[in-house]
Write a protein that binds this ligand. Structure first.
Ligand SMILES: *Cc1c(COP(=O)(O)O)cnc(C)c1O
Length: 260
């Protein structure tokens, strides 16, 4: 299948999920996750109507950006760039220069660094705070218990705009099994919003579970393989062609990549 028809299928599924949840389709933004994809693939997604692009590594975005800087979305504006993967402290300056939104703020220290980098270039940086809902030691994200305290500290940083929360729940093949995590993020988001500590955005849901995420309130879904097809696993690149990762494998792979 080509990217335009895959995009149409995703939009159909998004609309169906919105209808079931009584939500307006315009409340949900599709972030096309372009890691490992070529410049041509990314350009073709934007031509087909994608407005938001997600990368999970600063370096990869930096390498691709020059060839994509002149792209225009259908409305004539440039696509928005989202950092969806873990942000290392030594990449903060580059990330702030490149990305319209950072989905992976997960510590006060990182918040201070982003704030300083944004100050230097006269920018206010929209961010989402990543929450570690499953409390897995290998994972990035703030432990739930630290969330409100951290958000309170972050409100003092004038160059940060905390628009909401993000989560990357544990990978389980059955999307229904992830629903409780999405629901939990929504509850945490509502609590943070109620206390005036964050905006109402929720970044949750990937290729295999975005419909459930939308039903539970996602405002950004991060979709890679459903739009671009399977990614070749890293091992296949060095040892020659191997089995492509399954559509399902995306989440597991994102989590491995995140743990690097
Ligand atoms: C790769 C990635 C995605 C997209 O995963 P798919 O399963 O390909 O849709 C979403 N979020 C993050 C953080 C990722 O790294």
């Amino acid at each position: 299948m080509e990217i335009p028809s895959r995009l149409a299928a995703i939009r159909d599924r998004m609309e169906g999920a919105c209808r079931r949840a009584g939500r307006a389709p315009s409340d949900v933004t599709l972030v096309a996750v372009t890691k490992t994809r070529t410049v041509e693939e990314v350009a073709s997604a934007v031509e087909a109507g994608v407005t938001d692009l997600g990368e999970n590594r600063v370096q990869e975005a930096e390498a691709k950006y020059p060839s994509l800087a002149s792209l225009e979305a259908r409305d004539g504006s440039p696509p928005r760039w989202h950092l969806v993967g873990h942000l290392q402290k030594n990449k903060v300056k580059k990330a702030v220069a490149l990305f319209d939104r950072i989905h992976s703020l997960d510590s006060v220290e990182l918040g201070h660094k982003i704030d300083r980098a944004a100050e230097e270039i006269g920018k206010v940086q929209p961010v989402l705070v990543q929450v570690d809902l499953a409390s897995e030691a290998t994972k990035f994200g703030l432990p739930e218990a630290d969330l409100l305290g951290t958000l309170e500290t972050l409100t003092g940083l004038r160059r940060l705009r905390v628009d909401g929360l993000m989560a990357l729940p544990p990978f389980v093949p059955d999307p229904e099994a992830v629903r409780p995590y999405f629901r939990r993020l929504r509850e945490l988001g509502a609590e943070a919003f109620g206390r005036g500590l964050a905006g109402r955005e929720l970044s949750m849901g990937m290729s295999h579970d975005f419909e459930v995420a939308i039903e539970e309130g996602a405002t950004f879904i991060r979709v890679g393989t459903a739009l671009f097809g399977p990614r070749l696993p890293e091992s296949a690149k060095s040892t020659g062609p191997g089995p492509p990762s399954q559509g399902f494998g995306g989440s597991a792979e994102a989590r491995r990549a995140e743990a690097e």
